[in-house]
Design a protein. Structure first.
Length: 285
């Protein structure tokens, strides 16, 4: 990971690096039986190899430790982390957020997802999730959340939430109570794919950032099989990266087949299309 002096205080960098190296002990173990079953199913899937094609470059808050990114209509929602600096904000993409809510210092913000008039915001190890008004971002209630919170997205057709905890497992939850309704182990070529982080539900598929990599995977949640591996490397110059910088944040743009992607402490956000990996040309604007 490239480094450049200055953008945030040393304490913030230390917190970011500590988070980036979350120990395996903080994650729930995988289910060996589920892994074996899903591995057999995954082996039959062909994995597409895609990469991002930049269509437009937008500014992004370089102090934002991005944990969740989602578009609802024309509004971009972003959840950020770090103790004492966690927030959720909403507004037009690439513009100063129109509304913002901070989390109290003890809370470490994680993934977010919009359910219409409300949104859920997870916390990392605080064992709570926060329901908010999607328009004002005002807190409505807190619900117990017994797992590590990482990513979350809403599968509207199935009326369920999909959540990640940094393992190879996706957990399905009731969107009103957050109670677990099922889970699946994510595999690629029969092997578990761990470090699943920020999530985006698009139709029947789930897209997941893979922590500490420039890779996004597309997952069939019915089987856990990875159906596409997406290369998002090279979006920033080395001098635009700081300690703690990493890809994390993918939001489908409604009504299109395009996405917004960014990362922790990234000064830019990118509007992208996904194209076959052999098409390496990029255009930015």
């Amino acid at each position: 990971m490239s480094e450049r002096v200055g953008r945030a205080a040393g304490a913030v960098f230390a917190a970011a690096l500590l988070l980036a190296a979350r120990p395996p002990a903080d994650r729930a173990p995988d289910d060996p039986a589920g892994r074996a079953m899903n591995g057999q199913q995954a082996a039959t899937h062909r994995v597409e190899h895609l990469r991002v094609k930049v269509l437009k470059t937008l500014p992004h808050d370089p102090q934002a430790f991005t944990q969740g990114l989602e578009m609802a209509g024309h509004t971009l929602y972003e959840g950020t982390g770090i103790f004492g600096r966690s927030s959720v904000r909403a507004g037009p993409p690439g513009k100063t957020p129109a509304v913002r809510a901070a989390l109290p210092g003890p809370l470490f913000g994680e993934g977010i997802t919009v359910l219409g008039r409300t949104l859920w915001q997870l916390t990392w190890q605080n064992r709570i999730a926060i329901e908010r008004d999607a328009k004002t971002l005002a807190e409505l209630r807190r619900v117990p959340y017994p797992d590590d919170g990482w990513g979350v997205c809403l599968q509207r057709a199935r009326h369920r939430l999909v959540t990640s905890d940094g393992s190879s497992r996706l957990t399905f939850r009731d969107p009103g109570t957050l109670a677990k309704t099922g889970e699946v182990t994510v595999t690629e070529g029969g092997r578990p794919v761990t470090e699943l982080n920020e999530l985006e539900c698009v139709g029947a598929a789930v897209y997941a950032n893979v922590l500490l990599t420039d890779r996004i995977v597309r997952i069939d949640p019915a089987t856990g099989a990875v159906t596409a591996s997406i290369d998002a490397s090279g979006l920033l110059r080395d001098d635009e990266l700081v300690p703690g910088s990493m890809l994390n944040g993918i939001a489908a743009i409604p009504g299109t087949d395009q996405f917004l992607i960014t990362g922790k402490f990234w000064p830019k956000m990118f509007k992208v299309a996904l194209v076959p990996a052999r098409q390496t040309g990029r255009r930015s604007g």
